[in-house]
Write a protein that binds this ligand. Structure first.
Ligand code: AMP
Ligand code: MG
Length: 317
């Protein structure tokens, strides 16, 4: 039988070399990270960046996150500051993205930053992507490997679902541990969270020793890419639900409805970090089972619960 997933590969030395060869020749590949799977291209290459936007059907005003192996790789492209150094020391590599001012002579292609004077940078932790970043002499522009406004992928097959054979190579690195996108913090002025994530307000406030802005999540778009409708599973989503309507899938946290048909718990032990990591998998799973709508119970607004609420709110738009 023909292997239909012939562009999904396990990671080994041969694939590492192939990936680097592809990236150097301005091709776009999908890589696992600890947050979600990314669609990666050379951040210094106009061709690579254009391909990423085209493949994702991403609007050109929505800038990409640029990924580096370490701080020293990034120093020619962005202007560091004290808050960055503090957070880098504590959380990097890891699921935290920094908005910093772009250096005048930075080689990052301006289309990657939607022509802004700022750049979003991240230092991912996943072993495979770090292996690759260590061996390229350019950073990787890498948004999530999904079609614009759809759910982010947390495994190689999710990527395949959206792009099929349109990308030459998808590296299978297992299920992404964190399972939701990185926290985005703007450090160009008074620090402000633009997108909540697993590294939450309290953790950042403790390191910076300040009170953070951006805690109230209004529906106003604060970051160019914070499109209102985003992370959509493709069927209607209803929030803060108390009662099951007897036909939709019902998502909740805990084990109150354990083993009951149509009920899906994000974490039986009521761990919000686990709940965040299960969110996208559960939404995809429900869609595949053929449900026509999703009800979601109230999710507490603290710690990772803030990030979960942010994503489901936009999934519900
Ligand atoms: P994604 O690549 O899909 O994880 O999304 C990246 C997020 O980072 C988007 O919401 C972007 O709007 C945001 N972002 C990237 N660059 C910038 C920037 N220079 N200023 C503000 N937000 C940014
Ligand atoms: Mg995305």
């Amino acid at each position: 039988m023909k292997n239909i997933y012939s562009n999904i590969f396990s990671f080994n030395r041969k694939i590492l070399n192939k990936t680097i060869k592809y990236l150097k020749s301005e091709r776009v590949v999908s890589l696992p990270t600890e947050t979600v799977y990314g669609l990666a291209g050379n951040a210094y290459s106009k061709n690579s960046i254009k391909k990423i936007f085209m493949l994702k059907k991403r609007p050109n005003y929505n800038p990409l996150i640029i990924h580096y192996y370490s701080k020293s790789q990034a120093e020619n492209d962005v202007i560091f500051n004290k808050n960055f150094s503090k957070l880098y020391k504590k959380f990097c590599p890891g699921p935290l993205t920094f908005i910093l001012k772009k250096k005048k002579n930075s080689k990052i292609h301006s289309i990657a930053c939607a022509n802004l004077k700022t750049v979003a940078i991240r230092f991912p932790k996943h072993r495979i992507v770090r292996n690759i970043l260590k061996r390229t002499n350019f950073p990787l522009a890498m948004p999530s490997a999904n079609l614009s406004s759809k759910l982010s992928p947390v495994k190689a097959l999710d990527v395949y679902e959206d792009f099929k054979k349109k990308i030459p190579l998808i590296i299978n690195g297992g299920v992404s541990k964190i399972g939701i996108e990185s926290t985005v913090i703007d450090l160009t002025h008074t620090p402000k969270i633009l997108r909540p994530g697993i590294i939450d307000f309290k953790k950042i406030e403790k390191i910076l020793k300040i009170k953070l802005k951006g805690k109230k999540f209004s529906s106003k778009i604060k970051s160019p890419g914070m499109l209102k409708k985003h992370y959509s599973p493709g069927i209607p989503v209803f929030l803060n639900q108390k009662y099951h309507d007897k036909k939709s899938a019902f998502i909740y946290i805990g084990k109150k409805y354990i083993n009951r048909k149509s009920f899906f718990s994000l974490s039986e032990k009521y761990d919000l970090k686990e709940a965040a990591s299960k969110l996208y998998i559960t939404l995809r799973n429900i869609k595949k089972k053929g449900y026509r709508a999703i009800q979601i119970a109230r999710i507490p607004l603290n710690g990772p619960g803030i990030a979960i609420n942010d994503r489901i709110k936009r999934a519900a738009k």
